[in-house]
Structures are given as structure tokens and as C-alpha cells.
Design a protein around this ligand. Sequence first.
Ligand SMILES: [Fe+2]
Length: 341
Amino acid sequence: MGEIQFQLIDPLLPDAQAEEMLKLCERYGSYGMYGEESIEDDMGEGLTQRHDAVLNFLKTGGRGGRNEPLARLAARTNYFREEYAYAEPLVKGIEPVLGHPGFIEASKKLYGCSIVEPSIVYANILVPGQELTLHTDVPEFRGINRKSDPQWLIVAMHHSGLFDKWRMRIATGVSWFGHPRGGGFVFYPDGPYGPPVEHSVRHNTAILLDTDSVFHGVNPVLERDEPMPDLRPGMRLRFAGDGRWQLQDGDGVLARYSWDDLRFSISWKAYCYQDEAEQQTVKSHTDDLTRQKVLGVLSQDLEKRGRFDPEANETALALTIIEEYIHFPPPAPSLANQQPS
Ligand SMILES: [Fe+2]
């Protein structure tokens, strides 16, 4: 960790450019639902990719502290997401966020790094009734990433602290545009056992932090008189012109929203390197981890902790790894009472 835990940026952009981000969001026009991908890996078969966060969500009922069936809870947390940039802009007009000097400077301070390489910019939209369950993001290690390995495993690797030498340091900037009701950003800057900070989101402001280490989530977006529709993967949120949006299942319209009903944020992620030598090690793959090495190190450590069962199948081992290394903040009862009525 460098000198800072997080940095607020207010305002993020000149007024006219911030308005342009809302127009860009409209122009992009159609947003798919980001749902749980199922695991297609021998390791942890039957678990979800983010089994760590799902278990915690079910235990606590999420930010709203609700007692609801699993499908309903999943619908609350499967928000809408599309990419605006992937190293290069994918949509015209995103350049001011992709290369934002404030994000780059804050990233350097966060990790004490000299090289910052913006990698991805994406939009997140939550509709009324949705929230984002507490989690840390999926980190990355040299040789290990979400394309080749289960997400819960990569998360556990980081929380174990056993693989820091191979960690890719990633800075995340989250910026907000528009005027949502509710949907505060909650995070634990002093670790899972420190006090949570609830940051109300305001138009054209941002926060930069290490979301791979700091637990964070989004409080429920204010639900209107109509209950939240049964959101399912495959549905889309489309701009309908004149500041209006609609939730569509194929051609059918399930709900209509105005801008103020939605919570729109733009996330920015960048790789941070100490120096060119580190950047070179990453690009040349001269010191990469393998899954076999990772499981060897974790099994040895579990053995030291008296938690290794040589008879256990891979799913049982996966659950032990999640339980042993990923420690969520304790449930905060006061937040459960703050859910919008
Ligand atoms: Fe996140």
C-alpha cells in the first residue's frame, strides 16, 4: 500500500464533459445484464464463480438485509454492464475518462508506482431495487487470471497474502453521473473489521481505490411503488429517447424508467507498475504462477493451519479455501434498517 487508501475526485470532469457522459450512455443505448457465470472447471464444480460473495450475500440478505428467495436476491445484484474501452476506446467520447490525469496521479500515489496503464472502462447501471453485494474485485496474478482460473480462487489467493510477489496491482476509479436516489457506495477503507464508510454518490464525482483489497458494495437503489420486475440474464436496458429508459425481455417491455430512477457509474481500471523492469517481467512471462503451484502453496498452508483434509474432493477443498482465507466484514445491522420503504 502506498500513501493513501482512497482518493475522492470532485469534480471529475468539466461540467460540459460530464453532461456528455450521460449522452454517451444514451448513445450506447443498450445494456446487457451481468450475471453469474457458472463454473466450467473441475476445481469447485457446482460452485458459482464468486461463491465467496454469494455465500455472504445469502447469509446476510445483502445490503438491504432482506429475507428473499435466492432468485430474487440474485436479480437484485445482477446489474447492467457494457464496456466503453478496452485499452483503446470502444465508443467515441470516452477518452476524457480513459486517460483521466486525476485517476492516473491517484493510482501512482495509491501504490507508489511510476507506470500506470489504463486497461478497461465500463458502465454499470442499476435499476430501482438493485444493489451490489459486498465483495472485493477479482484480482490478477502473473499467470493466473479470470480467463483461465475460477474467480473465487483468485480472490482467495489475494486475501491469503501468499502470492503478493506475483500480484498485478490494479487501481480502480469509480465515477458517478446523474442523480440517483439511494445507491450509496459503501466501503471498508480500514479493512473488513474497521468501520464502513457510506459515501453518497453525486453527479460528476469519483473515488479511486484498491477494490481488489477493500471490501465494497452498493446500497439499494430506491424502489418505486411498483416492485422490481423478476430480472433475468438476457434482459436488456434500452434508451427509449427523451430521457427515458426501458427494461426489455426480447421485445416485451417490463418496466420504464427515467434517468433519476437509475444509478449510472463508470468504472476505470489500470495496471500499475513499479518500474519498467516489472512491466517487462509481466509481458515476458518469465516468472508466472501455475494453478498447480498455487494449489500446492495453499494446501501446504492449510496443512499448517490444521485445515487440510487429504481425503476431501475438489469442491470440499474449494469451500475450505474460501472459508479459511476470505473474511467478509461482519453484518452491519444498522444498514439493514436503512433500506428504502
Ligand atoms: Fe467491485
